[in-house]
Design a protein around this ligand. Structure first.
Ligand code: TRP
Length: 441
C-alpha cells in the first residue's frame, strides 16, 4: 500500500530568546505534528533572514544556538525530521536569485512588512524608502526559496505570514510557467494555520509577547525565574476562601495550557471553591515545572556543548542537501545555466567524483544525454532522440562496446553507434576518456 507523505516545512527566525508563549503556541504543536505518521517534517533556522533585522554577529550567532538548543531540548527528533540551518544550504540563496529574476517588483511593493516601513516613513515625513534595505524588500523571495527548494506541501505559520505564502505560490507558478516546459518544477505550497493552538496570556493578561514585556521565560533563569514571573501574574483582590472566577483569570488559562482536561477541571473546581491566589500560583509553577524542568536540563546540557548542536545541524544540512543539490542541478538546467559537474557543491555531497551521464530534454523537447568525466569535463553531447527509452538503450549498448577499434571520419570525429543508430560523435583525442567514463557509469 502506498501512503502519501506530506512534506511540512517551517522556518524559525533566529532572533530573541524563546518564552513560554512561543513554546505552547509554536514549538510544542510543531514538534507534536512532526511525530505524526505520513509527515516528512523540515525545520530550519532562518539565519539569513535574521541578518535583515540584526547586524550584530554575536547576537545572530548566540540566538541561533539558543533556538537550536530550545527545539532539541523540547523534543524535536533530528533523526526523524530534517533539522538544519538555512545558511548551510547554499542552494537556497542560489534559488533565491533565480526566483528574484522572475518576481515582479510590483508584487513585492505590496508586501505588508515593506508597506509598514513606508507608511512609518511617510508619517515621520522622511523619504518613503528610508532605512529599507533590499534584504527587507525581497524578504518574501528568500522565504519562497526556503519553501520551494524542498517542494513543501504544507507550511505551518502564524497569520502574519499568510501573504508571504501567497507570494511563494505566485512566484512558483510563474517559474513553472516559464521553465517547466509543461511539467511543474515546483509544488504550490499551502499555508497551514493551526486554529486551536494555545495563545498564552502574559503576566498582565494581554497576549504574551516580547513587545509587551509580559513574558514568562521558558528556560532562562531556572525555576527561580519561573517562580518570580508567575508571582507577578495579575489576579483580583479576592481573599483565600472566596470563590474565584477561573475562566476570567489568565492564571487559569496558563494552567490549562500545561494540563489534561481532567486536571484543568479539578483546578477550576478548587479555584471556585476558594483556593487562595498564592496557592494557585504555586500549583501553576509546579505544573509548568513538571513539563519544562526535564527540558531545561537538556537545554543546559546542549548549551554547554555547542559542538553537539553543531554536529546535529551539520547532519541535518547533509540530509537537506541530499535533496537540494540534485534538484538545483535540474533547476540550473531548466533556466539554462549548467552546473559544472564536479563543482564545489557537488563534490561535498558525492563522496568521490565519478564520471556521469546526465539525461535531459533540450529546447526542442528532444531527449539527449551529456557525458561528463570524473573531473567534471564535458566529454560529449548525444544526438537528439524522440524516445527516451531508445536513447538509454543505445547508450547502454555503446557503453558495452570496445571503442578502441573505431575509426574517425575526415573531421576527426568518431561515431558511437549501436543497432544502426548513432548515439553521439566524439573527437578522436577524447575517445579514450569517453571509454573510461562509460565503463564507470
Ligand atoms: N518569515 C517567517 C517568520 O517570521 C520565518 C520563515 C522564514 C519561514 N522562511 C520560512 C516560515 C519558510 C515558513 C517557511 O515567522
Amino acid at each position: 500500500m502506498s501512503t502519501a507523505v506530506t512534506r511540512v516545512l517551517t522556518g524559525i527566525t533566529t532572533s530573541g530568546t524563546p518564552h513560554l508563549g512561543n513554546y505552547a503556541g509554536a514549538i510544542r504543536p510543531a514538534i507534536e505534528a512532526s511525530a505524526r505518521s505520513g509527515v516528512d517534517a523540515f525545520f530550519f533556522l532562518a539565519d539569513f533572514h535574521a541578518l535583515i533585522k540584526c547586524a550584530d554577529p554575536v547576537v545572530v550567532a548566540r540566538s541561533r544556538m539558543e533556538i537550536a538548543a530550545t527545539w532539541l531540548a523540547a523534543g524535536l527528533d533530528p533523526d526523524r525530521v530534517t533539522f538544519y540551518r538555512q545558511s548551510d544550504v547554499p542552494e537556497i540563496p542560489e534559488l533565491c536569485w533565480m526566483l528574484t529574476c522572475v518576481t515582479p517588483k510590483g508584487l513585492m511593493n505590496r508586501a505588508h512588512a515593506y508597506k509598514a516601513s513606508v507608511d512609518a516613513n511617510e508619517a515621520r515625513g522622511t523619504e518613503p524608502d528610508d532605512g529599507v534595505t533590499m534584504g527587507l524588500f525581497s524578504y518574501p523571495v528568500l522565504m519562497a526559496a526556503d519553501i520551494l527548494m524542498f517542494n513543501a506541501h504544507k507550511v505551518p505559520v502564524g497569520r502574519d505570514q499568510i501573504q508571504h505564502l501567497e507570494m511563494a505560490r505566485d512566484i512558483a507558478q510563474r517559474f513553472n510557467y516559464l521553465y517547466g516546459r509543461g511539467r511543474d518544477l515546483f509544488v504550490l505550497p499551502e499555508v497551514q494555520i493551526d486554529e486551536d493552538v494555545a495563545t498564552l496570556p502574559g503576566l498582565d493578561g494581554r497576549k504574551m509577547s516580547k513587545s509587551y514585556h509580559n513574558t514568562i521565560p521558558l528556560f532562562e533563569g531556572g525555576p527561580k525565574a519561573l517562580k518570580a514571573a508567575v508571582a507577578q501574574i495579575v489576579t483580583d483582590s479576592r481573599l483565600p476562601g472566596e470563590p474565584k472566577d477561573a475562566e476570567g483569570s489568565p492564571l487559569y488559562t496558563l494552567y490549562r495550557a500545561f494540563s489534561t482536561h481532567a486536571e484543568s477541571l479539578a483546578f477550576k473546581a478548587e479555584l471556585e471553591a476558594g483556593l487562595g491566589w498564592g496557592e494557585a500560583k504555586q500549583a501553576l509553577c509546579d505544573r509548568i515545572e513538571s513539563q519544562i524542568g526535564p527540558m531545561r536540563a537538556r537545554y543546559a546540557d546542549l548549551m554547554a556543548h555547542p559542538g553537539r548542536i553543531e554536529e546535529i545541524l551539520q547532519a541535518g544540512a547533509r540530509k537537506a542537501r541530499h535533496i537540494a543539490v540534485p534538484f538545483m542541478e535540474r533547476l540550473r538546467e531548466a533556466v539554462g545555466v549548467r552546473q559544472p559537474a564536479a563543482g564545489p557543491a557537488a563534490k561535498k555531497v558525492e563522496k568521490s567524483a565519478r564520471a556521469r551521464l546526465a539525461s535531459f530534454r533540450d529546447e526542442t523537447g528532444a531527449f539527449r544525454q551529456r557525458l561528463f568525466a570524473a573531473d567534471g569535463r564535458e566529454l560529449l553531447l548525444s544526438e537528439p532522440f524522440a524516445d527516451p527509452k531508445r536513447l538509454h538503450q543505445v547508450s547502454r549498448l555503446v557503453a558495452q562496446m570496445d571503442l578502441t577499434a573505431l575509426q574517425p571520419d575526415a573531421h576527426g570525429l568518431v561515431r558511437l553507434a549501436a543497432e544502426g543508430q548513432c548515439w553521439a560523435s566524439c573527437r578522436l583525442e577524447d575517445l579514450e576518456q569517453v571509454g573510461l567514463a562509460l565503463a564507470e557509469i
